[in-house]
Design a protein around this ligand. Sequence first.
Ligand code: AMP
Length: 128
Amino acid sequence: MAYDSSNVFAKILRGEIPNKTVYESEHTLAFYDIMPQAPIHVLVIPKGAYVDFADFSANAPNIEIIDFYRSCAKICTELKLTSSNGSKGGFRAITNSGAYGLQEVPHYHLHLLGGRVLGPLLCHHTTE
Ligand code: AMP
């Protein structure tokens, strides 16, 4: 799937629409989700143009991949999401891809969700 630069996260990166920034580095931006599904719901995106997890993992230069995941680690620490915070810690990192994954925005992003017990991994599912 070719990258479509009209997607909403590309617009955020170009400064065309606002965001509530949590963290920014040379290659990575993190901001609060506009429709939070948990008390803490942050989206982490690479600044480069990658459609989804597989595209980013296969095609991004090492420096961008390292920057992305080191940024995630810093955000988890700053927002007290890590399991070292004991019974009030822990989180879930989710990335949706394509039609089966119900991906809405075709720019790779990782959802970091926490602040409460998150329930089962998949709510509405069958094994078929
Ligand atoms: P996904 O279904 O994994 O593609 O998730 C896309 C996410 O982007 C959803 O959780 C939306 O609430 C979120 N979202 C869409 N537009 C914005 C925006 N302008 N600012 C922040 N989050 C957004």
